[in-house]
Design a protein around this ligand. Structure first.
Ligand code: G3H
Ligand code: 13P
Ligand code: ZN
Length: 330
């Protein structure tokens, strides 16, 4: 068993308390490989933002649990080497079993999500409570979820949102002892969050999706004042990246995300953590496709992964300064 404290990581408690007070949100960026990790750390150090490094169960299988532990430790050292020791959390994204959460804690994670949102309410409480009891022994923070996002979550495809029921949140938080709560207010995972026919067109002809359900968020805040809320599925799906991908042979159709002004508004509320994965995937893919189109004879991975990493870093710097408001808060 390795403690995250020995790796130089922190749990999410203090950074969430500060984010709540300061009316900003901590970025939770997913990573699977070295270039993504380098981009996240370089961007957050340059902008002096705290950061949550997020690993899904698929990412853990892809990267290997032992490598991940050393990569996280390396990230802490890399930040220092770049000149500023930002707070870094290593977080399990969408943990689906107690065993997975336990194993991640044993491998140095400082925070875990137990996603029981697809279970009936009582089963969700039971699963979440069990993880909290184990995690808190090691000072590891736990995120739970109430409500189901539309799209793919935990390999379960939900056609429609099941918005979080505000009347359940106080009971859930009290019975489980979770440290933060992910809610469903209209975001969803992936690059196709809305169908074009759900959107309206603004004066410039740009598709504008329906707004997030801030009324539900407000009701939740009233029931659990001061409690850190998490937003999953918060990619904005930058249209310039989508256009680049499609210009160079991609086939992304109807890719629509959450407008940045909606996320800025959420970040100023009780939302303390905003999850972004798809936008990073789009930025990397656009950069790689562009290199392949411009230089078809290129076969050195550094020549396409390098530009992909640069593009990711730029995207993350934009997120922390212009969307989440976490720049300068480390
Ligand atoms: O919410 C899911 C994240 O975007 C991770 O996706 O399971 O494909 O690694 P993944
Ligand atoms: P996006 O697919 O919108 O980036 O959401 C990522 C996420 O919620 C990870 O848990
Ligand atoms: Zn998610």
């Amino acid at each position: 068993m390795v403690s995250y404290k020995d790796l130089g990581l922190v749990n999410s408690k203090e950074i969430f308390a500060k984010a709540f007070q300061g009316k900003y949100a901590i970025p939770a960026f997913n990573f699977n490989n070295m270039e993504q990790l380098q981009a996240i750390i370089a961007a957050c150090v340059e902008k002096k933002s705290p950061v949550i490094l997020q690993v899904s169960s698929g990412a853990r299988k892809y990267a290997n649990q032992t490598l991940l532990r050393y990569m996280a430790q390396g990230a802490v050292e890399y930040a220092k080497e770049l000149g500023y020791a930002i707070p870094i959390v290593l977080h399990l994204d969408h943990g689906d079993t107690f065993e997975l959460c336990k194993s991640c804690i044993e491998y140095g994670f400082s925070s875990v999500m137990i996603d029981g949102s697809h279970h009936p309410y009582d089963k969700n409480i039971e699963e979440t409570r069990k993880v909290v009891e184990y995690a808190h022994r090691y000072d590891v923070t736990v995120e739970g979820e109430l409500g189901v996002l539309a799209g793919i979550e935990d390999d379960v495809q939900a056609e429609h949102h099941t918005y979080t029921e505000p009347d359940q949140v106080e009971d859930f938080v009290k019975k489980t002892g979770v440290d933060s709560l992910a809610i469903s207010i209209g975001t969803s995972h992936g690059a196709n969050k809305f169908k074009p026919d759900q959107c309206t067109r603004n004066a410039e002809g740009i598709l504008v999706p329906p707004p997030l359900r801030f009324d539900i968020l407000e009701e939740v805040e009233k029931r659990i004042p001061g409690f850190p809320i998490v937003l999953h599925g918060a990619s904005s799906v930058p249209q310039d990246k989508v256009a680049t991908i499609n210009r160079y042979g991609g086939a992304l159709k109807d890719a629509i995300g959450i407008p940045e002004d909606q996320l800025r508004k959420a970040a100023a509320s009780a939302v303390c953590k905003i999850n972004i994965d798809s936008d990073g995937r789009l930025a990397m893919t656009a950069a790689v496709r562009e290199v392949f189109a411009a230089k078809p004879a290129e076969f050195d991975p550094r020549k396409y992964l390098g530009p992909a990493r640069d593009s990711l870093k730029e995207l993350y710097m934009h997120k922390v300064t212009e969307v989440l408001g976490s720049a300068g808060k480390a």
